[in-house]
Design a protein around this ligand. Structure first.
Ligand code: SF4
Ligand code: SF4
Ligand code: SF4
Length: 901
């Protein structure tokens, strides 16, 4: 610490601080325009100048460090005069029309002019002519750039390059002048810009704006802090509300996003909420005519309850099932599984984790004792030596995590990408292992083989914290780099290099996603990831761990809340008598001791006539589950199907009753993000219609089915969850609303939560090394179906399309499905980019537009699964993993033909 004087007051500051930081920390205000903490400190606006004793000239506070004994003045006549002159200089080149400017009321230039009494420039500046030559760029659906309002502070350029790490907006030159080259002109689609809007969020003027900001003035709105409803990164933002209508989203400084947002979070988090397509009244179908009619809530509740109880009486509890929604809140999911267990009398409840990360839940629980991400996002993307990214494309599926990985690479972190596709991050990776789809276990065994043979593993950790090392060593001994190179179609030296890089790094997280889990050997793939981290002692430490990036916003919470056929809330096993007795006592019913069916087993059981009634909250298996034909058959086989949703989804069309639910913006609750962080969602608007919160609907149904469930608010439901769920014991709305950020396990009220799991030792005592052996995918290419098809997500859409398709801008950015092919395959089939391709598997044929390139290898293809015009799950394979019953979305065999026009 050093001593200094600011405005005559003795102050202390840390050595290395700037004058601006020291003054701010000691409570002094220094005006700034270009400065942005941690992002931009170029000192170009000259507003932050201060007087320092001993210096004749004024110094920029943002870029001058403090020194012992400095005597600083931040406010004086001289400074006021100087700042006024600087503001007039800016205005001399500025198109000053505040009345019609979108920034009016929030503009930092306007505020400073106000503060310093500057109304206009004294003369016209030399830039004005140059600005007139530059067009307004507003072809991007969301963002526009008006050069005549730009003060060249470079905040936008700095945030795009250093925080979003995209480098799409640049500094250019026109004659003698610096200009901003913004990617929002007519060619915006051919730029690398992701339309994330982070640049617009930091513009201090009205130069770079989100177009919708024109629709309101700052003083007309309220801002409601909430959690993004899309992916499980769990970004925090404010919904900006004017007259009971959401008009914008503004990023908040959340622990996972640090003020960043992606294109979906910033631009597509409210169009769907206010869509005219929202279901507004309960609907009951006349089975004979197949048409829906509107019904009152009273009728819909009593009819639904009666039909389920009739089926229970006729066929027994095991004939019923209920799926929870991984996009709805923890409180909704908790009540749904409680309804299934207490009213239906079965444990056949599940959520969409079954088709995305059930292999992580099962695999990591088996090896480490807890099936969740071990470390926080910030911890594994900042100050780490190596990141090993396996089967994960975070730039598209978890974009704010992707931005942080790009940032880590820029700072010097080495990156190993293991992926069959040349994803964006592969281009900046030190090593890209472009392995054959479905060979993750062989790859991991090859890595383990090198680590053990070259003695790169952590003997001490293995000795103290591990069981099964000898079995693993024996199992991987046959997976030599040569053999693995042959299985995976990779270079053996690259494998060896990757093993050395990961094993010898100080801090090195493994981050993985659906490329590991969505296989018939998904659980073994997950356990193989765990094996690598465990033998290297990279568990329970900062910047390490095994980190599955969960898919939907609350899929972690849906599993935590017990929407699983095997587990009560908090992963307490249904076949554990003590756990069952505990829940029986709390809920006042006797519970079924048998495990239920998993979601992927429910549909075959329905076709066989064993499942007769199904309650589906918010899921759309017609789009999201593999082999759609068998889903249709299952839905048609059941006697009674209820769908509770925001929209008339493809699945809802097959329902007998459709119940209109409220979205995340219309209710209170919590989501748990991928890093186990429990975060609030808050009510922002009340919309026209009879939509109801899921918990309210479920509570009414429970009472109508004869279970006395008192009405509880979401906060009271969380109290019940906390009482029964050890990892959530210390969680309450009160703590969250007081600003605490809690990651489970949070075992008691005063507990701060657990950012890093398995510290000291793995949760199960000792980590289990599971000796997985490589098995081929269930369906391999042959002469009839010679290509491998993989599926996945893209940046601009989210899962079953029902939310993002309601956003016009996203539809403009990407509106139809496609198939990626390798150049050489395309050549031999006579296919060019843009041609329509017929894609056939053993389960059907669909069509998609070709995108030819080198992203996929020869013999392999890839399609996004969102688009109804190319419904790829018509043709994917429903083959299931032995442990978690997760389907093999990532490998099936297909035939390709160019469609003749
Ligand atoms: S950018 Fe600011 S100062 Fe310029 S016209 Fe807009 S509100 Fe006024
Ligand atoms: S929208 Fe995002 S990617 Fe595009 S220029 Fe702005 S910050 Fe960069
Ligand atoms: S990264 Fe995910 S959580 Fe964050 S804004 Fe984007 S979609 Fe929302």
């Amino acid at each position: 610490m050093i001593n200094l004087s600011i405005n005559g007051q003795a102050c202390r500051a840390r050595n290395g601080m700037t004058i601006l930081e020291a003054a701010t920390e000691n409570g002094f205000h220094i005006p700034t325009l270009c400065f942005l903490k941690g992002v931009n400190g170029i000192g170009s606006c000259r507003m932050c100048v201060v007087e320092v004793e001993g210096y004749e000239r004024l110094l920029a506070a943002c870029s001058t460090g403090v020194r012992e004994g400095m005597v600083i003045t931040t406010d004086s006549d001289k400074l006021t005069d100087y700042r006024r002159r600087m503001l007039k200089l800016l205005l001399s080149n500025h198109n000053l029309d505040c009345m019609s400017c979108a920034s009016n009321g929030r503009c930092e230039l306007q505020k400073l002019c106000n503060e310093y009494g500057v109304e206009h420039a004294d003369r016209q500046g030399s830039r004005v002519n140059i600005e007139k030559k530059l067009p307004i760029l507003d072809s991007n659906p969301y963002i526009s750039y008006d050069p005549s309002k730009c003060i060249h502070c470079q905040r936008c350029i700095s945030i795009c390059h250093r925080i979003a790490c995209n480098g799409s907006i640049k500094s250019g030159r026109l004659g003698n002048y610096h200009i901003v080259e913004a990617p929002f002109g007519t060619d915006y689609k051919s730029t690398s810009c992701e339309s994330c809007g982070n640049c617009a969020s930091v513009c201090p003027t009205g130069a770079l704006i989100l177009k919708r900001e024109k629709e309101y003035r700052e003083w007309e709105v309220k801002k409601v802090l909430t959690t993004c409803p899309h992916c499980a990164t769990g970004c925090q933002f404010y919904l900006v509300v004017k007259d009971n209508r959401i008009v914008n989203v503004e990023a908040a400084d959340g622990p996972a996003n640090h003020k960043r947002l992606c294109v979906k979070g910033r631009n597509a988090s409210f169009d769907f909420v206010q869509s005219p397509d929202r279901l507004k009244k309960p609907l009951i179908k006349d089975r004979e005519s197949g048409t829906f009619r509107e019904a009152s809530w009273e009728e819909a509740i009593s009819y639904t309850a009666r039909r389920f109880m009739e089926l229970k009486d006729k066929y027994g509890s095991e004939s019923l099932a209920g799926f929870a929604c991984s996009r709805s809140s923890n409180e909704d999911v908790y009540m749904l599984q409680k309804m299934v267990r207490c009213c239906f009398g079965t444990n056949t409840t599940d959520n969409c984790a079954r088709v995305c990360h059930s292999a992580s839940v099962t695999g990591l629980a088996k090896t480490l004792g807890s099936g969740a991400m071990t470390n926080p996002i910030h911890d594994i993307t900042h100050d780490v030596d190596v990141i090993m990214l396996v089967g994960s494309n975070p730039e598209e599926a978890h974009p704010v995590v992707g931005m942080q990985i790009r940032q880590a690479v820029k700072r010097g972190t080495r990156l190993i990408v293991v992926d069959p596709r040349e994803i964006g991050l592969a281009r900046v990776a030190d090593i890209h292992i472009k392995l054959r789809p479905g060979t993750n276990v062989a790859f991991a065994n090859g890595m383990l083989n090198v680590m053990i043979n070259e003695d790169l593993y952590d003997h001490d950790y293995v000795e103290k914290n591990v069981e099964g090392f000898d079995e693993l060593k024996a199992a991987v001994s046959e997976y030599t780099p040569e053999k693995v190179a042959e299985i995976c179609h990779i270079d053996k030296d690259m494998l060896t290099e990757a093993a050395r890089m990961y094993a010898t790094a100080g801090k090195a997280p493994i981050i993985y996603c659906l490329g590991v889990t969505e296989h018939s050997t998904g659980t073994e793939g997950v356990m193989s990831m765990s094996n690598m981290a465990v033998i290297c002692g990279k568990i329970g430490r900062e910047g390490c761990g095994v980190n599955p990036l969960r898919g939907q916003n609350n899929v972690q919470g849906a599993c935590d809340m017990g929407a699983m056929s095997t587990d009560y809330p908090g992963y307490q096993k249904v076949d554990n008598e003590a756990a069952r007795l505990k829940f029986e006592k709390a809920w006042g019913v006797s519970l079924n001791p048998e495990q239920g069916l998993r979601a992927t087993e429910v549909f075959p059981a329905a076709i066989e006539g064993r499942i007769k009634g199904l309650f589906i909250c918010g899921e759309d298996p017609m789009v999201s589950d593999p082999d759609t034909t068998h889903i249709i058959k299952a839905l048609e086989s059941m006697e009674f199907v209820v769908v509770q949703d925001l929209f008339m989804t493809k699945t809802a069309e097959y329902a007998d009753v459709v119940l209109p639910a409220k979205s995340f913006a219309e209710k209170e609750g919590t989501f748990t993000n991928t890093e186990r962080r429990i975060q609030r969602i808050r009510k922002a608007v009340t919309l026209d219609g009879e939509m109801r919160a899921d918990t309210d609907i479920i509570i009414d149904l429970m009472n109508a089915m004869g279970y006395k469930q008192p009405y509880l608010t979401p906060a009271q439901i969380m109290d019940e969850i906390a009482q029964l769920t050890p990892g959530y014991h210390g969680v309450s709305f009160e703590r969250l609303d007081a600003g605490e950020s809690l990651q489970w396990p949070c075992p008691e009220k005063g507990h701060p939560g657990t950012p890093i799991m398995h510290v000291g030792h793995p949760a199960r005592g000792k980590a289990l090394l599971y000796p997985a052996r490589f098995k081929e995918a269930k369906e391999l290419p042959d002469s009839e179906y010679p290509f491998i098809l993989m599926t996945g997500r893209i940046l601009y859409h989210y899962n079953a399309f029902s939310m993002t398709s309601r956003s016009e801008g996203l539809m403009e950015l990407e509106k139809e499905g496609y198939i990626e092919l390798n150049y050489s395959d395309a050549d031999s089939l006579g296919i060019k980019t843009g041609d329509t391709v017929r894609v056939s598997s053993r389960r059907g044929t669909i069509e998609a537009k070709a995108r030819v390139g080198r992203k996929v290898s020869k013999g392999e293809t890839w399609m996004p699964f969102h688009f109804p015009d190319s419904p790829v799950n018509m043709i994917t394979n429903a083959a299931l993993d032995e442990f978690a019953r997760i389907p093999e979305y990532k490998v099936c065999a297909v035939r390709l033909e160019k469609k003749q026009q």
